[in-house]
Design a protein around this ligand. Structure first.
Ligand SMILES: *[C@@H]1O[C@H](CO)[C@@H](O)[C@H](O)[C@H]1NC(C)=O
Ligand SMILES: *[C@@H]1O[C@H](CO)[C@@H](O)[C@H](O)[C@H]1NC(C)=O
Ligand SMILES: *[C@@H]1O[C@H](CO)[C@@H](O)[C@H](O)[C@H]1NC(C)=O
Length: 337
């Protein structure tokens, strides 16, 4: 049987498209055809297309409302990657799903739980009317990072989990390319939400169960950053275990520190490359190919680590932490998705 490579378009032409999507997609360019890159302005679409043409010579440049309309109308485009300002992503993703295209959307899944609720109910009704399954994935990469995947295996071997500590000290200062990003500064929760979903995704994958409730204190230390920029939270897991989640947005000594205390006191450490973005792009393209090829009536299971609902759960945990922080540590239950 002849197999046709899936054709995809990228919506967005910002820093992350140029420095991550295009280089990572070029590593797996045998798996798909890059049909077009779209941006709101011609200038930004052109600048991303220039970068892309080195690896994808046939890519079309699309911009503005007309360009978006062209992509919606183009039946040969099977899937799109939505890599836009966080506030606009859900809206554009839903428009693409309505047009029958599979979507890989950048994190965060949405900017708050009320937007998540609307998003999930719209997705449900679009799916009910669609002839086949429509995939809506969220790219958060941590569920695909080899180091964390290995860590999950180690956790399986330690016996009863007693305590989990997640301590993240980021480096979001003026040297960071995302420091001036206006939409990230315009989120409720600032960089805690935008960066934090990665760490919550990692935490939830490692412990293998949901966060039920949280209590947090937040503060605003670095006034060049949107508030809050520090959060210290205690969380309670479904399995009865509790833990601590600390995140500092901008630290002079950045580090990600996940400690695992086994009953026998042993620790084990190894080094893994940070390659989750490539892994998740590959998984999405595989899902799109399989979905297209699947025989009528056969079951198709999309990669669960990419599912929209996983991304929704990460946002819900952070929203609960931020809400608790705003109420001086009051216990807040995490909304279930
Ligand atoms: C920031 O958010 C407000 C309210 O949601 C919106 O009106 C404004 O256009 C946003 N600004 C930017 C730069 O995204
Ligand atoms: C916030 O983070 C900064 C940077 O790491 C740290 O120096 C400071 O002690 C933290 N403040 C609070 C109140 O947690
Ligand atoms: C930002 O953080 C990085 C990593 O800690 C550091 O190397 C750099 O000097 C910092 N830049 C500024 C302007 O503070």
């Amino acid at each position: 049987m002849a197999t046709k490579l899936p054709e995809i378009a990228i919506l967005g032409a910002g820093i992350f498209v140029k420095t991550q999507y295009l280089p990572r997609l070029s590593e797996i360019s045998h798996l798909f055809t890059l049909k077009a890159i779209w941006s709101r302005t011609q200038e930004s679409a052109t600048s991303a297309v220039e970068v892309a043409r080195k690896h994808f010579p046939g890519v079309d440049c699309k911009w503005g409302d007309n360009g978006l309309h062209d992509i919606i109308q183009d039946g040969s485009i099977d899937a799109v990657a939505v890599v836009l300002a966080g506030q606009n992503q859900v809206d554009i993703s839903l428009r693409m799903l309505r047009a029958g295209k599979h979507v890989l959307q950048e994190k965060p899944a949405a900017s708050c739980t009320s937007e998540l609720e609307t998003a999930l109910s719209s997705y449900k009704s679009i799916s009910a009317d669609a002839p086949g399954q429509l995939i809506w994935s969220v790219a958060e990469n941590y569920r695909f990072e080899p180091g964390l995947v290995e860590c999950k295996k180690l956790i399986a071997g330690i016996g009863k989990m007693m305590s989990v500590h997640v301590i993240i000290e980021g480096s979001m200062n003026s040297s960071n390319p995302y420091f001036s990003s206006s939409w990230r500064r315009n989120f409720t929760g600032g960089f805690i939400l935008d960066m934090g979903v990665h760490f919550i995704a990692g935490l939830r994958m490692l412990v293998g169960c949901e966060v039920v409730s949280v209590s947090a204190m937040t503060s605003h230390v670095d006034l060049t950053l949107p508030p809050p920029d520090n959060i210290s939270s205690v969380f309670h897991l479904e399995n009865g275990c509790s833990g601590v989640f600390v995140m500092v947005v901008s630290s002079r000594s950045p580090k990600a520190y996940v400690t695992l205390h086994g009953a026998d006191g042993q620790t084990k450490s190894s080094f893994f490359p940070f390659s989750g973005v490539t892994e998740e792009l590959k998984a999405f393209i595989n899902d799109v190919s399989e979905n297209t090829l699947k025989l009528k009536g056969s079951q198709f299971e999309a990669e669960s680590r990419l599912s929209f609902v996983e991304g929704a759960r990460d946002v819900a945990v952070l929203e609960a932490m931020l809400e608790s922080g705003a109420r001086k540590g009051e216990l807040v239950n995490v909304k279930k998705f």
